[in-house]
Design a binder for this molecule. Sequence first.
Ligand code: ADP
Ligand code: GLC
Length: 488
Amino acid sequence: MRVLEIASEAVPFAKTGGLADVAGALPEALAGLGCEVTLVVPAYAEALGKGLPIEPAGIEFDVPIGTGSRRARILRCRREGQRADAYLIANDDLFDRPTLYGGAGDYPDNAERFIFFSRATVELACRLGGPWDILHCHDWQTGLVPAYRRLLYASNPAVANARTVMTIHNMAYQGTFWHWDMLLTGIDWSHFTWREMEFYGQLNLLKTGIVFADAVSTVSPTYAREIQATPGGCGLEGLLASRRDSLVGIVNGIDTSLWNPACDPHLPRAFGENDVEDGKYAARVALAARLGHAAPDARPLVAFVGRLVEQKGITLILDAITKLAGTGRVHFMILGTGGEAEEQSLRRVAAAYPGTIDVVIGFDEGLAHLVQAAADITLVPSRFEPCGLTQLYAQRYGSIPVVRATGGLIDTVVDATPETIRAGSATGFVFQGFDAAGLEHALGRALVAYDDKPAWRRLVGHAMRQDWSWQASGREYVRLFERIRAGA
Ligand code: ADP
Ligand code: GLC
């Protein structure tokens, strides 16, 4: 089965969040299951500046955009040991920029950038030659691909029989733009209706993908249910409910070649379940040095790694840490980047509690690994969470997640109760309502459990033994691909 994976970010080329982890790992997982996989991503400055073996593919063409066109130069990356092929679509005007999507606000031409990327990808699929079986699109940036295949490229033999899958990683980002951007797509205005590409007067690229794709998926079974209702569907709940027969939730895996404490180059010392305490101590020493502390703190380390935005429950974290910092029971470590207001508030609490709250504002892959390895507890108090990867990394690195009961967090963390602890299935602490009291209570339970060392060791062991590798989820994607190829 020939599969084209299309994403606006993928490890190792460029990353702002979990989409990049998924789009980087899934192609390899599918290749391991016998698919012939090609990944397509934009050639951002970030991707080209990493010293990866990227070379011109000898393919160039003009992509129609509105009444004009833009040139696509195709680059190829062949990495040793990788089974999936990767192509990058270059256009320096659009992608040679310091960040992927914008700075304080979005780039004003994001519609044009990703309309170009989507159309160039379909053109590339045609030029690489077919037949393709599956065009697998991720998030709004690729939402036009299913529409292009169906409306403009249906007679091209390379994609004529290809089926399209639209995978939703986050309903909160839909790629909505003013209606005149419809002209850039080259698709007839007759499709600019509430049934297809229009949403409250605007062009909506995620909606377009959901409407035109043969199947729709999202990144956990619970989120698949949540988005068919308010508020999860963010306005598209009716459309998603109408597609319920073609909508599945497949939980993300983790790339165990990159996220494995037994061989993680970002850690000072490898560790596994049997020497987790030594491994964590070494990571704590390295982290303390990195943060400018003379020695690591003996108190439990509670960490958060993620985007500093409303979705992630930063207000809850601020509340909880301000209260708990005064008690002197824990040490907090926060690594993130995002909203200006959130960054400032976090800097303020860190300044108020030096030596108890460490805040690093920035995006630092190596530090994210080190923090997970050093931490005893990882907070994921999200308002909503399509899947979430940090709680999966935390489990693997022996850091116990404290999560809110929403989306993929429900599907991947088992609350520690006397029964689940006895059964050996507990992997974390879960709270229900989106409020600071809920988080504080769950964190309080975790800290009580932490004080019972033998029980804590068992809990950490359960968490570390969970198999979150891509094997099972990759197979579910293959089943989905096979089903839609068979026309079901
Ligand atoms: P989302 O995709 O919503 O941001 P996920 O939990 O799925 O959330 O994935 C987040 C990914 O981004 C993880 O790999 C996490 O380690 C990484 N990440 C988030 N913020 C940072 C940061 N400031 N520095 C390094 N890595 C980060
Ligand atoms: C999104 C979601 C996150 C998910 C990630 C990868 O960014 O917010 O929950 O894990 O995509 O699917």
